[in-house]
Each structure stands twice: as C-alpha cells, then as structure tokens.
Write a new protein. Structure first.
Length: 469
C-alpha cells in the first residue's frame, strides 16, 4: 500500500508537541495526536528491549496474551471502527471488517508453533533446529489500512517472541492509538508501544541501533530510504512497496458476469489498496463492452462520507494524494484519453474524487505506468494475448495480477506468465491469513503472512549433540 508523496499533515492550529488530524470527508481537522520527537525513541526502544527479556521466555504466556488481545479488539470494535472511518475515510462496513481482520490475525499467529525440528544429514550427531526471536521490531505503517497492516506486522512479531515499536502514518494515528490502549490490557508493558509523529520520526526509528527488524509498508522511494537506514545497523528489513496490478481479460470472458467483481477489485477503499486492480487489458472486440460495463458501475456507485450507511466509496484519504490523483487523471486526458465515467474532483467539501474509468489512454501515460492509488482505472485494448501479457509485465512493480475468462485452464497458463508474486483467476486481491504475501521487482523485499511471516521475525538456532557411545 503506497504512501502518497507530499507533505505530512501540518495545520495552522498545530500546537507544540501535537499535530492535527484531518477528517477526509470534510477536509477539516477534528482531533490531534502527539508529535513525538526522534530523541524520545531511545527511551521507547530501551523499554521494548527490557520487556523482550521476559516476553521471549514464555511461549505459553505469549499465546494466552495474544488470544486475550484478540478478544479485546473484538470487544472494542464499536469504538474502533467509527474512529478509523473518521480519520481514514473508508465506509464503516470496511472499517468493521478491518477491525475483525486485526483480531483474526492475532488469533491466527497465537496458534502457530515453530517447534523443534531434527536435521537428518547422515552424520553421527543429533542435530536439532530451534527458532529464536530476534529482538525489538520497528513497524512503520501507512494510512490506507492502519489497523490491518499494523496487525500484519505486530501479530507475527509478538507471536515470535519479539517486542514491537509501531509508528502509524501521521494521516491516521488515532485508531492505532486507541488500538494500543485496547491491547495494553492484554499485553505486558513495553511489549507493544505506539509512537505517533511526523518525519523524521520514522527515519530515526528505522535506523535506531536498538531495532533488529524493520518492517515497512509504503512507497518504493521511501522503502529504499528505510532499507538504507536499517543497513547502518544491519537490521533485517521487510518491505511491502506497492503495486500496479494488471487484470487481463481473455477473449471468452463473460463481461457482465465479472464486471462487479472486477470493479470492486479496483475501487474498494477508494482504490487505495496496494494490490487493487490498477490496469485492465481487454480484447479489442470486447473493449467497448468492458468500458461501458465498468463506467456504468462507476457512475451509479454512491460516493460519500464513510459514516453514511449509503456510501460505497469514501474520499481519498489526504490532500497530497488527492492532488496526485487529479494530476494523473488530467495528464491522461491531455494525452488523448477520455473519461468514460468521472474524471474530476467532486464539488463538495472533503477529498472526494468521482470514480473514474479512463478509455483510449496511451500505454505510456503515467496513469498506466505508475501506481495511481485512487479511484481511477484505465482500460486498455489488446489484439493478441502475447501483447497483453507483455503490457501487463511492462512495469517495475510485481505485486499481483489476475486473469479473467471462462477457460480456467487457459487463464491459469496466462497467470503463470505474469511477473508478480500473487496471481488470481476470476477474482483479485483476496488473501487468507495462512498464505504468503510478497512482491517481485520493486514491490518489496521479504515475505509477510502465514508461517513465513512468523519466520521472518525469527532466527535459526541449531544444537549438535554427539551420539552416546
């Protein structure tokens, strides 16, 4: 999920030591959060290291605490979800789903056990592999899924026996702070610490000498800076750096049957999803039908504040990201594209942009080649399947992709040709807690999710014992 380029959310009424938090449905500040100074991290990381000594020693106590934490999250959903919607913008139903996913991930990792494994190598020794926690973990989280992405980082890290210092985006700090308060009743002090603030707080956290693993979700440019900072201390890094996922429609696709699924694969959370469909490649003979079907859904989807039960699409989260969406759309139209639906900011308070379907856009327009991360979807025609696959792969990103058609064997063969880490057939952007989540090319380093996410927070420890005489 890519962080927007642009300034952090300063507001004219900022008080010393706090920064304003804006409701994207109004564009107005409605609360504030502590603006922690980078020099405060020494004490925070020190407490995390001290808490690690006991936390890593008792896996049974950890499991019990994580299950209690999951129950606490569920119990607090009625307070967490509306606050998340207020600062992030997504519809309330999506916020409730995010809270539920947070609790479910805690339960999932509480149930994993690495155990001890024998190593059979033919030598006259007994070799056994165990896994040990690595120490305090820094988790740096963006604004599109503040709670879900936070839990994707802290749940496996805590289950592995590490402690965590978590920094949310300054655009969405409030629900994360509330989550920290909720979890404080289940977790020992210092095991999970939430720090909020503007840059250079995140940069300092990523390079802090007391941190042993940095897990970050955001833009590729910021990810490189995070990796460079972590390299100074040789800390492990896990980077999820966004995507530009392509959906390839086969010649036998039933457009009317898949149009709803395809539309929401692109427009859920106002298109602010790292693995959302961000480009559609349609066979030339079906191109007009595909554009029309998607445009109809864009034109008829209710756009409004996330707390309004009628809203299906909320606002863009922040002003810099809205400006980026506007710029990419205007450039696409200037390049010769046309807006089959939308194409403009809505004339109302807040950061609302009309759900947009772009047709006839040149393949080299930035809205195609870059990650737009908003409610804008270009649809491009192709003449041959080889051409479609080449176009889908012609990007520096490699997060996900999908193939849509009636012949699922052919779809699977095409999916195998996509240069990405996850491919779907006739759906998109659906992940279970048990599967790995990774990126190819510029979409990231390391693996999250499932047991792979747990092992990313552990190091191997091998003991060799000779056979008894």
């Amino acid at each position: 999920m890519t962080l927007a380029a642009g300034p952090t959310p300063y507001a004219p009424d900022d008080r010393n030591g706090y920064f304003a938090v804006v409701d994207p449905s109004t564009g107005e500040a409605f609360d504030e959060a502590p603006d922690r100074r980078p020099q405060e991290l020494d004490a925070v990381v020190g407490r995390a290291h001290a808490a690690w000594q006991d936390w890593r020693a008792d896996p049974v106590a950890r499991r019990t605490a994580l299950l209690a934490a999951a129950d606490a999250v569920d119990a607090a959903a009625a307070a967490l979800a509306p606050l998340l919607t207020r600062e992030q913008g997504k519809p309330l139903t999506e916020s409730h789903a995010e809270v539920a996913r947070t609790a479910a991930r805690l339960r999932y990792y509480a149930g994993l056990d690495t155990g001890t494994q024998p190593i059979e190598d033919g030598r006259p020794v007994h070799s056994r592999l165990r896994w040990r926690p690595i120490g305090p973990v820094a988790a740096i989280v963006p604004w599109n899924f503040p709670l879900q992405l936070a839990s994707a980082k802290f749940a496996p890290a805590l289950a592995a026996g590490n402690t965590v210092v978590l920094k949310p985006s300054p655009f969405t700090p409030l629900a994360t702070r509330m989550l920290g308060s909720v979890l404080a009743g289940a977790l020992p002090e210092g095991v999970l610490t939430i720090v909020t603030g503007r840059e250079p707080l995140g940069a300092r956290l990523a390079s802090h000498p007391g941190i042993r693993h940095v897990t970050f979700t955001g833009s590729a440019a910021t990810g490189r800076a995070v990796a460079a900072g972590a390299a100074a201390t040789l800390a492990r890094v896990t980077l999820e750096l966004g995507g530009n996922d392509a959906a390839v429609l086969l010649d036998d696709v039933d457009v009317d049957k898949i149009a709803d699924r395809l539309f929401w694969a692109a427009f859920r959370n106002c298109g602010q999803v790292c693995m959302a469909v961000k480009r559609v490649y349609a066979p030339a003979r079906l191109y007009a039908h595909v554009v029309e079907a998607l445009a109809h859904r864009a034109d008829t989807t209710a756009v409004g504040p996330g707390l309004d039960p009628a809203s299906r699409v909320g606002p863009v989260n922040n002003a810099p990201q809205l400006a980026r969406v506007e710029h990419l759309t205007a450039r696409a139209l200037a390049d010769g594209g046309r807006a089959a639906a939308g194409g403009h900011r809505l004339d109302r308070p807040g950061y609302f942009f009309a759900p947009t379907i772009l047709a006839d856009v040149p393949a080299d327009s930035p809205v195609v080649t870059e990650e737009q991360f908003g409610p804008v979807l270009p649809v491009l025609p192709y003449d041959s399947l080889d051409e479609a696959v080449r176009a889908a792969n012609d990007t520096g990103f490699g997060l996900g992709g999908s193939v849509w058609g009636t012949d699922t064997d052919l779809a699977a063969a095409v999916a195998d040709r996509l240069e990405c880490a996850t491919a779907w057939i006739n759906h998109h952007a659906e992940l279970s807690l048990a599967q790995p989540f990774a990126g190819a090319k510029d979409s990231g380093v390391g693996v999250a999710g499932g047991p792979w996410g747990l092992h990313g927070n552990l190091r191997p420890f091998v003991v060799h014992r000779p056979e008894e005489a």
